[in-house]
Design a protein. Structure first.
Length: 265
């Protein structure tokens, strides 16, 4: 839901107020979608990480280039990719990874960015790719290391229906998302066996594609959302997926980070 502020502006004034942070520092890639359109999800993600013992820093970077890539504006996408690698290569370390909320933005660092940058930046881009994580992946990894404990979360019984983002299903995995969402001991996740939500980035926002976008959504995803129990939580890591679910069904889908923040003790 849009707010009167941006995530960057909120972070500057409100984040990291609860230190010291026993688990150290992480860098958040403040993608353009979360920064402007899904600010609430970003705020809850920062607050979640703060409560779990992490200082959250937003490093200097430019837009992800996802919109430009999806429209074939590769010269502009290349310019953004080069600038991001230049700005981030000496900041992001293995012990202080870069994490993010929007799969299409974060996974671009693993997929397209190393192919877009100039030759002298390719190795740095590949290193950055290995240190770029979805927030779900980071939380699952930290839980495996014993740094995030299930006792931090509610014992309330909840059912979650999870719709996976296309980039995440093709380039990463939903397994860390399920693992993160099931950190609260009585949260149980069922993956919706859906393909694309129909948005395909900006495709579904365009008037001439609206009917086809809805047809795709109605194949599996929207019937599954409508048939979910009223008290079940709908989880969707992708921003356009969440918007499509709301517009087609009236139900509010949440980013996994929002669900975990709301589940904190």
């Amino acid at each position: 839901m849009p707010r009167a502020t941006t995530l960057r502006r909120w972070h500057l004034n409100q984040a990291n107020k609860e230190g010291p942070f026993s688990n150290g520092r992480v860098f958040l890639f403040c993608d353009e979608f979360t920064n402007f359109n899904d600010v609430e999800a970003g705020i809850k993600a920062v607050r979640l990480l703060n409560r779990l013992g992490y200082e959250v820093i937003i490093p200097k970077h430019v837009d992800s280039g996802r919109a430009q890539i999806s429209k074939g504006l590769l010269r502009e996408a290349q310019r953004l990719a080069i600038r991001n690698v230049e700005l981030l290569k000496d900041v992001i370390r293995e012990e202080t990874p870069m994490i993010g909320l929007e799969p299409s933005a974060v996974l671009g660092f693993r997929d397209e960015v190393p192919d877009l940058v100039q030759a002298h930046l390719v190795e740095a881009a590949k290193v950055l790719a290995k240190r770029s994580l979805l927030i779900d992946e980071f939380i699952a990894r930290e839980a495996d290391r014993g740094r995030i404990r299930r006792e931090a979360f509610t014992r309330e019984l909840r059912e979650i229906r999870l719709h996976g983002h296309c980039h995440q299903k093709s380039l990463a995995s939903l397994t860390p998302t399920v693992k993160a969402l099931e950190l609260p001991v009585n949260y149980k996740v069922k993956i919706i066996p859906s393909g694309c939500c129909g948005m395909a980035g900006s495709f579904g926002y365009e008037q001439e594609h609206y009917d086809l976008s809805v047809q795709v959504a109605e194949l599996v995803l929207m019937p599954a959302v409508r048939s979910a129990p009223a008290d079940a939580l709908i989880a969707a890591p992708g921003t356009s997926c969440r918007h499509q679910i709301k517009d087609c069904t009236g139900r509010i889908a949440k980013h996994p980070a929002e669900i975990l923040y709301d589940a904190l003790m």
